[in-house]
Structure formats: structure tokens, C-alpha cells
Design a protein around this ligand. Structure first.
Ligand code: PLP
Length: 472
């Protein structure tokens, strides 16, 4: 007798997949239709979710219905409802129907886009959509793909800034020069900058923390003095990271001045606009782009406030050569005629990992579905609602603004001090109707309201203002 030939597993048939897929999309539609009625923070203790799951995987495949039923009963109630219209914590993590569908198509195509030749459309759609995005946001031409630079989608702003740190380090002499190199960023920069600098092999002492002014923006004069002092000590300023829209308060560093100071000494300038960058789709916020025509790299996250679900961070460089010089290693097994011809971009050379997802699809779906008019309407509704909320805060004698209003971010506190502010935060969150997080500014407790959820409207923000009036 012939030994039996292994036949592989039972896959869904195309018809079974169609039915399961329709059921899944139906489930997502129902979830989104009902998300506003769910508590924003799940009532879950550590270990609860795991305790609800079998300790071992099934040996025999289960019907898809069972899976979707468990998503419904075990998973959805145990996630934090970031898509709830009353979610104002951290910064928003937008998702939207077209984005979800773009993600689905990406999984369906199932390509790995590490090289142009491993999937031409994955690379070329990305190049094209990032040029669209640059145009929609009014970014300087130096970030368009028809020059030496261009855009690429990274998983996160943290990864984008790490790429900038590595390119800057190597452009200034790389590992041999490393002990003398210095990096500058403000005390209000995102924690990822410090992490990136450490990952890139710098010591903590090589990161200079530049003081901020009264509005929490980098003090450019202080930067100039620090750079000058380091030069006098024989050190090499290699990178300044400016923030446009800081995480704590939405402050905007003076990029034009910073670029002037940095370019005089040959230092790279990276601008981290992870959250605020989305607002530049509106021409009335083009002041956020001041000085960008003189910087080396720029990143912002459509996955925060531009209707595109995580992960989608747009990273632009004025010149891709230093990036590739730091990140390109070509083993024989990746060599191919297209790459050798020099006529194509291989985005693996613009990022840390080799493999890459087809993320451009979801951004393309979003930009085509909403149009730039729709994207602008999205930002404008939130900026207007935040302004109304700020007015309500200023009108309440028990509250005060803790930082200038910045786009959709309102920072406030109770006039009675930290304890009263902390109590107000807890009281608002315990209503289940709204969720806020906090920060510290000048060592004082501050409530942050980040208006920007896909489904958040002026009515929801008015309701939050009512809660403040009732609870403060
Ligand atoms: C959110 C944020 C980041 C981090 O973004 P990730 O994409 O999560 O890495 C970095 N910088 C600023 C200013 C941010 O607001």
C-alpha cells in the first residue's frame, strides 16, 4: 500500500469565506453603530480576559460562528472603546469605514512589500499617496517624490524619528564620531525621542534637553546657546528634534528659528508633528508648516487624527540618500534587476524592519472616500468644538485653562489645585460618558481633552462641558 500523502488543512471554500466575511463586516457595522452605548473603560480586572479563554488551542478547527461569538462576548466588552465619541484621552486613534476596508483588502492581497519587485503596486501606490498627502497638507516640495526625497509609511512616529536619528548620526560621522555627537530636543518632546536616541547607541548625556518658554515651546535662544557651548567644547551637534504639537499641551516649537540654528552647524532637523500634522490639511493651519522648507525630515500620524486606523505614520525626508546609507544592507538573496537598475524605490531601505505591510491602501481608501473636503471638515469640526469647550472652561470660575488652546487639545485644571483637579478627572471618567487623561505642566496636575475622535461631534463636546459645569 502507498503511504497516505499529507493533504494539508481544510481551508474555507470561497463561498464559506464570503459568508464569514459578510458576517464579520456585519459585526463591525453593528459594533460601530453601538459603540457610543458601551462604557468607554471596560470593567475588567487583570487576568479576567485570559481566564475567559481556554488554556490550550483547539486541535480540531472550530466553526467561524463560534469565533465571532467570542469576539462579541469576550473581546469587544474588554477593549477600551477608543472609537467611542466620548473618548478624549491621550490623542485620538482614528479609524473609519473606508480605512477598515482598505486594511481588509491589504490582508486579502497578502503581499509583502519589502522591495519594489516584491510587489510593485505596494511601493508605487505608497509613493503616490504620500505625494497626494503632501499636496493635501501643503508640505514643501522638497518632500515630494520627484526630488531626492519623498515619503514613506512607517508603523509609528517613534519609528520614523528613530530613522531620522540614525540618518543624522551617520551623516555626522557614524559610530566613530559617536562619542562627540549631541542631540537636542525640548523638555516637552515625546518620550520616543529619548528612547530612539538611546536605541541608536547614544548615552543619555548626549541628549540635550532644551528649556521651553512660557507656552511650553522650545526656547530657540537657549538652543542656540547650548549648541554654541557644545561647539566650543569640541562636540558635534548632529540633530535637533522639534515638536509641532507637543503631547502634553500641543505647543509648537519655532521650527524656522530652529532650522536656522541647526543648518548653520550642519545638524539634521527632524520635526515630530505626530498629532498636529493632520490639521495641516486645512489651509488655515498652514502656520504649523512654518520653517518646514528648511528641515531634513518630518513625520505625522494619519493614524491619530486623519481617519486612518493604526498603523499609518507618514514620514517625509528631503533627501533619502542618508537614510539609505544608514539602513541599506543588500544580501545576495534580495538582489534583483529592478533594484540594480536604480529605477525603483525599495522602501525596506527607508525603515528598520525588512518586511512591510501594504498600508498605503487604507490611506488611499480614506483620501478617495472623504476627499480633501471631507478631511478638512473632520478637522474643522473638532477644532471648532474644542474652541467652544475652551470658552466654556474660561467662563467657569472654578476652572482655568492650563495651556493655550491648541487645535483640538484643551488643557485645563481646577482653580482649587491638584487635588480638586484629580477629583474632577475621576468624576468625569466615572460617568462612563467621557474619558480624559492627564498630564503635568510646571509640576501641576492638568486634565487633557483631546477632541478628535472619528465619531465625536460638537454635541458630544457640549455634553462634556456640561459635565465639567456639574462636577467641578
Ligand atoms: C503620539 C505622539 C508620538 C508617538 O506616536 P507613535 O506613532 O505612537 O509612535 C510621538 N510624538 C508626538 C508629538 C506624539 O503626539
Amino acid at each position: 500500500m502507498m503511504p497516505e500523502v499529507p493533504s494539508g488543512p481544510d481551508h474555507m471554500t470561497p463561498d464559506e469565506f464570503r459568508a464569514a466575511g459578510h458576517a464579520t463586516v456585519d459585526w463591525i457595522a453593528d459594533f460601530l453603530a453601538g459603540v457610543a452605548d458601551r462604557p468607554i473603560m471596560p470593567d475588567v480586572a487583570p487576568g479576567d480576559v485570559r481566564a475567559s479563554l481556554p488554556p490550550s488551542p483547539p486541535s480540531v478547527g472550530e466553526p467561524f460562528d463560534a469565533l465571532l461569538a467570542d469576539v462579541d462576548s469576550l473581546i469587544a466588552p474588554a477593549v477600551t472603546q477608543w472609537q467611542h465619541p466620548g473618548f478624549y484621552g491621550y490623542f485620538p486613534a482614528n479609524s473609519s469605514p473606508p480605512s477598515v476596508l482598505g486594511e481588509l483588502v491589504s490582508a486579502g492581497l497578502g503581499v509583502q512589500g519589502m522591495l519594489w519587485s516584491t510587489s510593485p503596486a505596494c511601493t508605487e501606490l505608497e509613493t503616490h499617496v504620500l505625494d497626494w498627502l503632501a499636496e493635501a497638507c501643503g508640505l514643501p516640495d522638497r518632500f515630494r517624490s520627484d526630488g531626492p526625497g519623498g515619503g514613506v509609511i512607517q508603523d509609528s512616529a517613534s519609528s520614523a524619528s528613530l530613522c531620522a536619528v540614525l540618518a543624522a548620526r551617520d551623516r555626522s560621522g557614524g559610530s566613530e564620531a559617536l562619542p562627540d555627537l549631541r542631540v537636542y530636543t525640548s523638555g516637552q518632546a515625546h518620550l520616543s525621542i529619548e528612547k530612539d536616541v538611546l536605541v541608536a547607541g547614544f548615552g543619555r548625556h548626549q541628549l540635550r534637553v532644551v528649556p521651553v518658554d512660557g507656552d511650553y515651546a522650545m526656547d530657540a535662544d537657549a538652543l542656540a546657546r547650548m549648541v554654541e557651548a557644545d561647539l566650543a567644547d569640541g562636540l558635534v551637534p548632529c540633530l535637533v528634534v522639534a515638536t509641532v504639537g507637543t503631547t502634553s499641551s500641543g505647543a509648537v516649537d519655532p521650527v524656522a528659528r530652529i532650522a536656522e540654528i541647526a543648518s548653520a552647524v550642519g545638524a539634521w532637523v527632524h520635526v515630530d508633528s505626530a498629532w498636529a500634522g493632520s490639521a495641516t490639511v486645512c489651509p488655515e493651519h498652514s502656520d504649523l508648516l512654518d520653517g518646514l522648507d528648511r528641515v531634513d525630515s518630518y513625520a505625522f500620524n494619519p493614524h491619530k487624527w486623519l481617519l486612518t486606523n493604526f498603523d499609518c505614520s507618514a514620514f517625509y525626508v528631503a533627501d533619502a540618500a542618508p537614510l539609505a546609507a544608514s539602513l541599506s544592507i543588500v544580501p545576495d538573496y534580495l538582489r534583483n534587476a529592478a533594484s540594480d537598475s536604480g529605477e525603483v524605490v525599495d522602501y525596506r531601505d527607508w525603515q528598520i524592519p525588512l518586511g512591510r505591510r501594504f498600508r498605503a491602501l487604507k490611506l488611499w481608501f480614506v483620501m478617495r472616500s472623504y476627499g480633501t473636503d471631507g478631511l478638512r471638515a473632520h478637522i474643522r469640526a473638532h477644532v471648532a468644538a474644542a474652541a467652544t469647550l475652551a470658552d466654556r472652561v474660561r467662563a467657569n470660575p472654578r476652572l482655568e485653562m492650563a495651556a493655550p488652546l491648541s487645535l483640538g487639545l484643551v488643557c485645563l485644571r481646577h482653580v482649587d489645585g491638584d487635588e480638586a483637579s484629580e477629583r474632577l478627572l475621576a468624576d468625569v471618567n466615572s460617568t462612563g460618558e467621557a474619558f480624559l487623561t492627564h498630564t503635568k505642566l510646571d509640576d501641576r496636575f492638568v486634565l487633557r481633552v483631546a477632541v478628535g475622535g472619528t465619531w465625536t461631534t460638537a454635541t458630544h463636546v457640549d455634553r462634556l462641558a456640561d459635565l465639567f459645569d456639574d462636577l467641578a
